[in-house]
Design a protein around this ligand. Structure first.
Ligand code: FPP
Length: 243
């Protein structure tokens, strides 16, 4: 079975799951974190090289203060409790997003986890935190413009590869498979540039109900997809494309 090198997940539906149980939305985020933990380990054990989880978007800052604080607390607690386990599982942790907005105790925990797992060579786990793709692309354009203004680069030097290497996701490869739970079928400002040729997998399952079997279903569906990257598949290039 062909395995994606990079899986990205939009973990959606925590709030609705909690509401169905007549519990506060924050209860859904707590359950969602437990599920994230299981899925991280499952991806690692299946030999996936990169996993990006959309944990908090730039738009999520506009949620009620109580929910935002709880999400920040959950993230800090997750990193404090799980870093040792990440090291044991040989998982390297990093983040993308606007760290300037993240509370100091959370950014300290992030820095500590990144440092502690820097030597790990297995799964690369990325949390997209305070992340918005348009903001990321805007920052990239600004950075390149400044290099042109400083005479370091000529406008003709700007190509896809330069943009790629200036994005915050570099050098992680583009996601091969993007999973979104809870029945919503949109990207919500997630990896817009990087998703140019991603395969999408949408499931009605709410994130707190997502299991390893659901992950395997998504991986199986991915292995059946024909990825043509805009080209025509002929017998000659079929092998080339699958590499
Ligand atoms: C979307 O569900 C989920 C979020 C905005 C937060 C996702 C965060 C977690 C699962 C916790 C992350 C923690 C770790 C350690 C990765 P929603 O609240 O938008 O649900 P709804 O659409 O049903 O309202």
């Amino acid at each position: 079975m062909s395995l994606p090198k990079h899986v990205a997940i939009i973990m959606d539906g925590n709030g609705r799951w909690a509401q169905l149980k007549r519990r506060p939305r924050t209860f859904g985020h707590i359950k969602g974190t437990r599920v994230a933990k299981k899925i991280i380990t499952a991806c690692s054990r299946r030999g996936i090289k990169n996993l990006t989880l959309y944990a908090f978007s730039t738009e999520n800052w506009f949620r009620p203060q109580e929910e935002v604080s709880l999400l920040m607390m959950i993230l800090r607690r997750y990193l404090k409790r799980e870093t040792e386990n990440l090291v044991k599982e040989n998982i390297r942790f990093s983040v993308i997003g606007d760290m300037a907005l993240i509370p100091l105790d959370v950014s300290d925990a992030i820095a500590h986890s990144m440092e502690a797992t820097a030597h790990c060579t297995g799964l690369h786990l990325v949390f997209a935190l305070s992340y918005g793709s348009r903001q990321e692309i805007t920052n990239t354009v600004k950075e390149i413009a400044m290099r042109v203004a400083a005479g370091e680069l000529a406008p003709e030097d700007i190509d896809e590869s330069l943009i790629n290497s200036t994005l915050s996701t570099y050098p992680t490869p583009d996601p091969d498979l993007i999973i979104r739970t809870s029945g919503e079928q949109r990207l919500s400002n997630f990896l817009l540039w990087q998703a140019a040729y991603s395969e999408f997998y949408f499931t009605e399952v709410l994130w707190p109900n997502f299991t390893e079997s659901h992950l395997d279903e998504a991986l199986h569906a991915f292995s059946k997809r024909q990825r043509r990257y805009g080209k025509v598949t002929t017998n000659d290039n079929v092998e080339k494309l699958s590499n």
